[in-house]
Design a protein around this ligand. Structure first.
Ligand SMILES: [Cu+2]
Length: 330
């Protein structure tokens, strides 16, 4: 039996190992997590072998043979065995509990000189702010071999910030700021996913991640600062807000209908409203639609636009967005 269990354990463990269940690893925190994951798989392989070998062995060897009709032997209890199968699993579970605590301590430990990125989730997009660099971006760009602390929050419902290649994950909760620490180790392109179901476009709540060599990261920061400084026209600033404030998740510019109406040729058109009336799309209507989204619902759409923009956008921002919309006429 012991030999059979050992053989099946090794075979199952090798099978699970070769199934490459995890994406490539790109953070220092992930090293210990992957080790722990591998250890779990080995224990799982052993438990699977233990149950299956005993069960199949019993079915084959102890089945009723031709001519047998009596009952099997009646066995009542075995104290030694019961003590063993209680104590051994308790020790194993306690050991895994200890490993969990140690791992959590290691992956949440602060680095000596952390770069801070503020992450804000909203239905259904991510915003990244770099306080030290003075930047806001809808894509997450990071230097390689750097300790990064993400300060994560949400403006509406609970989201969860997750880059599978970094292995770690953190909830984005409205009203709270949750830290998450990642030391980047591999140059590459990844994706932020939302790991907490958060409504209609939850599955589309993605943002690109680029981990760059140090010099390329510095060049990106310089180029972004120049680009933002060069946003001289209100329409160009409005286009930037469309990206960074999440409007993009629900409003297209090419006429396709997403969660909300497209902005293509919207300005100046007649918009039918849910209450049966219609309205000319002018500055006042747009301002009201942004600040009080529930008041004038567009016909055929649900009241799904966040009501938080009143607090997040300045009057100048709203004007820039209006200018951007005006520029979207054919
Ligand atoms: Cu989400």
């Amino acid at each position: 039996m012991a030999v059979l269990i050992a053989v099946v354990t090794v075979a199952v463990a090798a099978g699970l190992d070769s199934a490459s269940l995890l994406p490539p690893l790109a953070s220092a925190q992930g090293v210990i997590i992957d080790w722990l994951f591998g250890l779990h798989l080995k224990v799982i392989a052993f438990l699977f072998a233990l149950v299956m070998v005993f069960m199949l062995y019993s079915i084959v060897v102890f089945r009723r043979k031709a001519g047998e009709s009596g009952d099997g032997a009646h066995i009542h209890g075995n104290t030694t065995l019961e003590i063993i199968w209680t104590v051994v699993p308790v020790l194993i579970v306690a050991y895994f509990g200890y490993l969990g605590v140690v791992t959590l301590r290691d992956v949440t430990a602060a680095g000596p000189d952390e770069m801070v990125v503020k992450v804000t989730g909203s239905q259904w997009s991510w915003k990244f702010e770099y306080p030290r660099q003075g930047l806001t971006s809808s894509e997450l760009v990071l230097p390689v071999n750097r300790d990064v602390r993400f300060d994560i929050t949400s403006i509406d419902v609970i989201h969860s910030f997750w880059v599978p290649e970094f292995r770690v994950k953190q909830d984005a909760v409205p009203g709270a700021v949750n830290p998450l620490r990642v030391t980047t180790t591999v140059v590459g392109e990844y994706k932020v996913r939302c790991a907490e179901i958060c409504g209609l476009v939850h599955a589309g709540m993605l943002a690109p991640v680029r981990v760059l060599p140090r010099a390329d990261f510095d060049a990106w920061v310089a180029a972004e600062i120049d680009r933002l400084a060069a946003l001289e026209t209100p329409a160009a600033r409005g286009a930037q807000l469309y990206e960074t404030q999440g409007c993009k998740a629900c409003h297209s510019l090419d006429g396709s209908v997403l969660v909300g109406p497209s902005w293509q040729n919207l300005f100046g058109s007649q918009e039918p409203l849910a209450d049966g009336s219609s309205v000319t799309v002018d500055e006042d209507y747009i301002r009201n639609s942004i600040l009080k989204p529930g008041e004038q619902l567009v016909e055929g759409f649900n009241n799904l636009m966040p009501a938080t923009y009143e607090d997040m956008l300045t009057e100048a921002d709203v004007e820039d967005i209006i200018a951007f919309m005006q520029s979207l006429q054919d």
